[in-house]
Design a protein around this ligand. Structure first.
Ligand code: CU
Length: 589
């Protein structure tokens, strides 16, 4: 890679966690800060004379103020877009929302986006899901300061799909997303168009987020260490930036483009029409990377941060005045047992160990009005108009070439993505994020298809090998232990796996660059009650860029690394984890 790095503009980011340094008395917390080192500052790229865009957008990120709850407006950060060139339907504002405009692109379009930073801090925009050159991907390396402009130029290579744009600056991604910086990208292509799926007012983006407001309607964010360790959870669900979202529909088929834009919250989506005797399946026609081959009916679907769902929702035959609610249904096991009990207010103070060396999970922790895994509504659909004519759900949606082991360059030696979980230390492959810290397993040969394996490092099976290479230090005498052998996590207990095991939780792992396919999912505790509460909610048959890895699970994926060399991040899309350093780079070379 040839880059101009101006050493006089180097930045130090350790201070971004300053408010949290109150916890610096805990050595493990300092370890978690290791990843928060220095990031070089690049000279922002300018428009190139020989790139002739079909579409050009000015994208401004700036502080703003939006009325969300009754009363005082809420201070937010916001993307606003102006179309400089291209089809009129390229940008669609979501009225009254802090979310950025929905961007609609066509496969094959040449796109220029001029990102203007009007925030008081560095930012950079990442196109989550898009297959773009490394230097167009919004790596933190390319973050710009206030007043600067970064020009992106790329061709849309993706198939029809829903993607995301959001900030990716070093250590402050979660905070910026939480305060409002995010938007949806829809890509269309000929294969999709032939299906004549519901469009226009019948195609509805549904961006699900959770937020916590103070008494003055202002957003509250990370208040304590625990909010980072477990992820930050609000107590109010917003859809497209609105509370108590209601959608008026006609009695016909709709296409819901659903995105989990929360920083940490995982949903178990299911329909509820108020009649417990009838269960309405969720009809899924697409995932992160676009349409499935055929529609899939599920009793519920798990949706982790960063994941998308294309849902066919047919209200044909429903009476005007009837309602349906999309709910998140109850489940367990995505958080450590003790954290789950604390969140639901079932403080097991006496029956749970507080961990070695004085680490207390209970430190400042409190119950939530909306515990993860509880049952609550997401939004309400109201049938307000009778229409007799509705499109039919196609049987065949798209063609997907399914990878086999024979397509991979490394069928017997998967690239490891080891999840290490410890108090104050959530990392991948044993190392917190650091720029220019590429390890041998992170060098990916250009133009290859790779088998990769995501697993919990404390789960045995050589996991600790991946950790041991460099700098693995668990603070306070805690250690990751291999001695459980079978890899079965003992939720909420110290037995067998040590503290790492006790901290086992679910992580949505996101890989930049091309979409991948889930090859296999194996779990050591398949018969557990927790796992049973989520297992029917995974959609594996299509293209993905984010995959939820439950405690005890090993997920093998197959991913192409074609067309572009350079640095591509992989990280936990629990954005609090990402900012703690649960992120690494692959170097495609
Ligand atoms: Cu995570």
């Amino acid at each position: 890679m040839k880059h101009t790095i101006n050493p006089s503009r180097r930045r130090f980011f350790a201070q971004t966690g300053a408010g949290l340094l109150a916890y610096a008395g805990l050595p493990g917390w300092l370890h978690a800060m290791e990843g928060m080192g220095e990031m070089p500052k690049m000279t922002p790229k300018k428009a190139s004379a020989n790139f002739h865009p079909d579409v050009e957008i000015n994208l401004i990120c700036k502080p703003s103020s939006v009325s969300i709850l009754p009363g005082q407006p809420t201070q937010v950060l916001q993307y606003s877009g102006k179309l400089v060139k291209g089809p009129a339907n390229t940008l669609t504002e979501i009225p009254g929302s802090y979310l950025g405009p929905v961007m609609r692109f066509e496969k094959g379009q040449k796109i220029r986006i001029n990102l203007h930073n009007q925030l008081d801090e560095p930012t950079v925009a990442h196109w989550h899901g898009l297959h773009v050159p490394a230097e167009q991907d919004g790596h933190p390396l390319y973050a710009i300061d206030k007043g600067e402009t970064l020009v992106y130029e790329f061709e849309m290579l993706n198939r029809a799909s829903m993607n995301i744009y959001h900030p990716h600056p070093h250590n402050t991604t979660a905070k910026q997303v939480y305060h409002g910086l995010a938007g949806a990208i829809l890509v269309n292509d000929d294969e999709e168009r032939r299906l004549e799926l519901p469009g226009g007012e019948y195609e509805v983006p549904i961006v699900i987020q959770d937020r916590l407001f103070d008494a003055n309607n202002q957003l509250q964010y990370v208040r304590q260490m625990h909010d980072r360790m477990m992820g930050f959870y609000g107590d109010r669900i917003l859809v497209n930036g609105r509370p108590d979202f209601k959608l008026d529909v006609a009695s016909r088929a709709y296409r819901f483009r659903i995105l989990n834009g929360s920083t940490a919250r995982i949903y178990k989506l299911a329909w509820d029409d108020g009649h417990s005797d009838t269960s309405i399946p969720v009809t899924v026609i697409g995932t992160d990377g676009g349409l499935l081959e055929t529609p899939v009916n599920k009793p519920y679907v798990m949706l982790a941060p960063g994941e998308r769902l294309d849902v066919w929702a047919d209200f044909s035959g429903r009476k005007v005045g009837s309602q349906l609610v999309l709910r998140s249904r109850s489940f367990s096991g995505v958080l450590p047992g003790m954290a789950e009990r604390m969140m639901t207010g079932k403080h097991g103070g006496d029956d749970q160990p507080h961990g070695g060396g004085g680490h207390r999970m209970g430190m400042g922790m409190h119950g939530s009005a909306l515990p993860v895994g509880s049952d609550y509504p997401i939004f309400t659909v109201r049938v307000t108009k009778n229409i007799s004519d509705s499109p039919a759900l196609p049987n065949k949606l798209s063609t997907i070439k399914h990878y086999t082991l024979g397509d991979t360059a490394n069928p017997n030696k998967p690239v490891p993505i080891a999840i290490s979980e410890g108090p104050m230390r959530m990392v991948l492959n044993g190392r917190p994020y650091a720029y220019n810290d590429i390890q041998p397993s992170e060098r990916i040969p250009f133009n290859t298809v790779q088998l990769m394996e995501i697993f919990h490092a404390h789960g045995g099976h050589g996991g600790d090998k991946a950790q041991g290479e460099g700098g693995h230090r668990m603070g306070m005498g805690m250690r990751h232990s291999n001695d459980s052998g079978d890899g079965s996590p003992k939720m909420g207990g110290m037995g067998g796996g040590g503290m790492g095991m006790m901290m086992a939780m679910a992580h949505p792992i996101h890989l930049h660059g091309q979409y991948f396919q889930v090859f296999s999912r194996t779990v050591s505790n398949s018969d557990s009650q927790s796992y049973a509460s989520v297992k029917d909610g995974f959609i594996e048959g299509g293209w993905k860029d984010t995959v939820l890895v439950m405690p005890g699970e090993r997920v093998k994926i197959i991913k192409p690394f074609q067309d572009f060399k350079g640095l591509y991040m992989y990280h936990c899309h629990n954005l609090e984890h990402e900012d703690m350093g649960m992120m690494r780079d692959f170097l495609v070379e």
